[in-house]
Each structure stands twice: as structure tokens, then as C-alpha cells.
Design a protein around this ligand. Structure first.
Ligand code: ARG
Length: 464
């Protein structure tokens, strides 16, 4: 590396240059440079605060602000030369600032350390990312509500143990996904409040002797809170871990949904068709149409879980205050956010184009004796104790299986051999429609309960 002998910003107490490989090993600029915008934003606010507090002259402050704008322009127009020997994003920008504006550039770091600087950068960056994720979640949730509304009356089998259990409406199933993503949104909003706290002023670990005005900097940067302990502010990354955990749960939900889409798109289920543009073919088997998007999604969940474990492990053994270990927080955090970002984006695009195969869903619901519980409930209403009713219906189902017929296809005479309490009105409850519409309470699967929840969810969404 040709630039490795450039004198370091911290070089004062050193007698020999850094080992070339150590320099490479300790540098973070190759990944933390993506924080440049937030680093510059934080530096500008810090400079303005220093001028406001009388620590920096207005003239120097102006020069710093203009220099930082110029640097941002250079970075965004590929004119900025990043240097590994300048270690990280902070020192690359500071060195260039001094190059551009002279001695005033060297005053920017007054009353600040890279320790509170990086903690600030990550929080500013993460705050923006959380806002983006929340917006993508809104798209996903709206898409689910729209589809659920169209499918509020569609009958499908509900499963437990992946065995047909009871009929449900497809709209209700879609709303189950909606609820998971609604909680994910709430979790992100909650995490955001703890992310949006300003560490600047903590300096290296103990604060600073300059007459800083932390509230002033915080208001410039839109922070809702100011850290109340300098040691904690520079060292803990719980806000990143918490956000990563929220990301892992989002992936978990997307992954469960993916698993169902994969099953449903198979010939064996045939409940949905995914449009060609979201699938790929096989290079050897001409007939194949593979649900790659949900499969990849399911796979990517492992990455984000790994990122979460990575961050938790990174933190667990660190004594107060800042340790270089924390430089390792960025890559897993970036990876988790990038992955969940892309995943939400593609699902928000995919959900509106899922094509339900209503006939297939209905046939599957009919084949599984899904209304057996309804028959038991019917007998209970006629005064039969539930355990006896369970036994009676079990026998009726066994008979129907032998006959290869559905319960609703048995004759009145046949049904009455199992219980004299069975009468003509039984056919109302043995139908799939009768079964679902009987479950019309809050949270139930009946079409009217589904529509009520959709209306409520739309109102909640518009008030978020
Ligand atoms: N690159 C460092 C990080 O990511 C910045 C803070 C470095 N501070 C220090 N004293 N070496 O955490």
C-alpha cells in the first residue's frame, strides 16, 4: 500500500509507523464509509454547537460547514479518495476537511471523540433505516388487507399439524399474517425511541471540559433524547441489538409466510399461483416453475438470526467503556438491515399478485372432514355432553371415510344411526359456509368478522 506512511491523525505519541498488515486489519473504512452522510450531518451539528457555545469562531464554523458540504459532494460524485491508512470514515473526512480549509478543519474534533461520534453515526443511520422499514411494512400490511378483503368469503382448510382441521376463510388466514406484521411495525417504532438518543458530548468516555450545549446539538439532529451517562453512551450497542432482533422477527414472519406460499404453489396443494415474473425455471427440467423468491426469503432468515447472535456475542464480554470490539457491530447490523429491507420490498410487490385458486382450496376443505367439530357442537346444543358428542362424530367420520364420502353427503337415515338427536337442520352446519359463518365473534374466521377486522385495521394504519 503506497499511502501507508501518511502520518496518522493520532500519530503524536508513536515512534514507528504502523505495521502494514495491522493497519489493514484494524481499518474499518471499507465498510463504515457508508455512514458518510450521517457522519457529516453529525459533524455539522457539532460545529454549529461549538460556535453557538463560543468555543469555535463563526468564521471557522462557516469554513467547516462549507468544507463538509464539499466533501459530501465529492463522495457522492465519486471524487473522494478513501484511504485505508486513514482507518475509518471519520478520519478520512477530517483529513480531507483540513486539506480543503486548512487549520480550521483541525478544530472540528474539539470536545468530541470518535467514540461518541461513531455511536452518533450509527444511531442516525439506523433511525433512517427504521423509518424505511416501517414504510415497507405499511406496504406489506396494506397489500394483505386488500387481498384479505377480496378473499373474505373464500373457503380454505385451516390446518393444525399440517392436517386439515376446520374450514377457515382465506381472508382470515391473510389477516393472521397482517397481525404479525402489525406487531413488527410496533416493535420497530418502539425500538426507534431508544435508537433516537444522542451520545454526542460523551466524548471518549468521561465527557468534556468545554462548555458544550448538548440540547442544542440534539435539536439540530432531531434526537428525542440525550444520553445521561457518558460511559454507557459510548459503549453499549443494545439499541442496535434490539433493532436487529426486531429485524429477525420480521424475517421469521416472512419466512413462515414463505413456507406456506411454497407449499401452496406446489401441484399437491395448488392453492395459489405465483406470477411467472416472480419464479424461475430449471436448467434441466423443462416443466419446472420454482418459487425462488419465498425460498430465498426463508433462507435469508438464517443470515439475520446469525447477525443477531453475532451482535449479542460481541457485546457480552465487554468491560466499560468503549472497546475496539465495537467496530465489529457494523457489518452484522448493515447485513441485517439490508436483508430485511430487500425482503420486505419484494414481499410488498409479491402479495398483490398472488393468485388464489379458490376451487382447489374449497375441494381441500371438503376432503378433510373439516366440519366434524361443527357436528359435535351441534349435538352439544341438542343436550349431548361434549365427550359423547366427540365419540359419536368420530364414528360417523370413520363410516364416511369407509364410504369415501363427506359428512355432508351422508343421508339423514345414515346420520341418525349415530345419534337420534340429529335432524334435518344438521345440513346447515355441515356446509363449509355454515361452519365459517358460525364463528363470527371478535377474532373469528367468519366473513363478517374478517371484514370488521379489515375496517378496524385500515383505521389503525391510517392513524400510525
Ligand atoms: N472505527 C471505530 C468504530 O467503529 C470508531 C471509533 C474508534 N475509536 C477508537 N478509539 N479507536 O467503533
Amino acid at each position: 500500500m503506497s499511502d501507508h506512511n501518511i502520518s496518522k491523525l493520532w500519530g503524536g505519541r508513536f515512534e514507528e509507523s504502523i505495521d502494514e498488515y495491522v493497519e489493514l486489519f484494524t481499518a474499518s473504512v471499507n465498510f463504515d464509509r457508508r455512514l458518510y452522510r450521517h457522519d457529516i450531518e453529525g459533524s455539522k451539528a457539532h460545529a454549529r454547537m461549538l460556535a453557538h457555545a463560543g468555543v469555535l469562531s463563526e468564521k471557522d464554523c462557516q469554513a467547516i460547514l462549507e468544507g463538509l458540504d464539499k466533501i459530501q459532494y465529492e463522495i457522492e460524485h465519486d471524487q473522494f479518495e478513501w484511504s485505508v491508512s486513514l482507518e475509518d470514515v471519520h478520519m478520512n473526512i477530517e483529513a480531507r476537511l483540513t486539506e480543503l480549509i486548512g487549520p480550521a478543519g483541525k478544530k472540528l474534533h474539539t470536545g468530541r471523540s470518535r467514540n461518541d461520534q461513531i455511536a452518533t453515526d450509527i444511531r442516525l443511520w439506523l433511525r433512517d433505516e427504521i423509518d424505511y422499514l416501517i414504510a415497507e411494512l405499511v406496504r406489506v400490511r396494506k397489500a394483505l388487507l386488500d387481498l384479505a378483503e377480496k378473499e373474505a368469503d373464500t373457503i380454505m382448510p385451516g390446518f393444525t399439524h399440517l392436517q386439515v382441521a376446520m374450514p377457515v376463510t382465506f381472508g382470515h388466514h391473510l389477516l393472521a399474517w397482517y397481525e404479525m406484521f402489525a406487531r413488527d411495525s410496533a416493535r420497530l417504532r418502539d425500538a426507534r425511541r431508544r435508537v433516537n438518543v444522542m451520545p454526542l458530548g460523551a466524548a471518549a468516555l468521561a465527557g468534556t471540559t468545554y462548555p458544550i450545549d448538548r440540547a442544542y446539538t440534539a435539536s439540530l439532529l432531531g434526537f428525542e433524547g440525550i444520553s445521561t451517562n457518558s460511559l454507557d453512551a459510548v459503549s453499549d450497542r443494545d439499541f442496535a441489538i434490539e433493532s436487529c432482533s426486531a429485524a429477525a422477527l420480521i424475517m421469521t414472519h416472512l419466512s413462515r409466510m414463505s413456507e406456506e406460499l411454497i407449499l401452496w404453489a406446489s401441484a399437491q396443494f395448488g392453492f395459489v399461483e405465483l406470477p411467472d415474473r416472480f419464479c424461475t425455471g430449471s436448467s434441466i427440467m423443462p416443466q419446472k416453475k420454482n418459487p425462488d423468491v419465498p425460498e430465498l426469503l426463508r433462507g435469508k432468515t438464517g443470515r439475520v438470526n446469525g447477525d443477531l447472535i453475532n451482535l449479542l456475542t460481541l457485546m457480552k464480554g465487554q468491560p466499560l467503556a468503549y472497546n475496539k470490539d465495537n467496530q465489529e457491530d457494523k457489518e452484522p447490523l448493515f447485513d441485517a438491515i439490508d436483508t430485511v429491507r430487500a425482503s420486505l420490498h419484494i414481499f410488498a410487490d409479491l402479495i398483490p399478485v398472488i393468485e388464489p385458486r379458490r376451487e382447489r382450496m374449497r375441494m381441500a376443505a371438503m376432503q378433510g372432514y373439516a366440519t366434524a367439530t361443527d357436528l359435535a357442537d351441534y349435538l352439544v346444543r341438542k343436550g349431548v355432553p361434549f365427550r359423547d358428542a366427540h365419540e359419536i362424530v368420530g364414528k360417523a367420520v370413520r363410516f364416511a371415510i369407509e364410504q369415501k364420502r363427506d359428512l355432508s353427503e351422508l343421508t339423514m337415515n345414515e346420520l341418525q344411526t349415530f345419534s337420534s338427536e340429529i335432524h334435518e337442520d344438521v345440513f346447515d352446519i355441515l356446509t363449509l359456509e355454515g361452519s365459517v359463518s358460525a364463528r363470527s365473534h371478535l377474532g373469528g374466521t367468519a366473513p363478517n368478522a374478517v371484514r370488521a377486522r379489515i375496517d378496524e385495521a385500515r383505521v389503525m394504519l391510517s392513524n400510525e
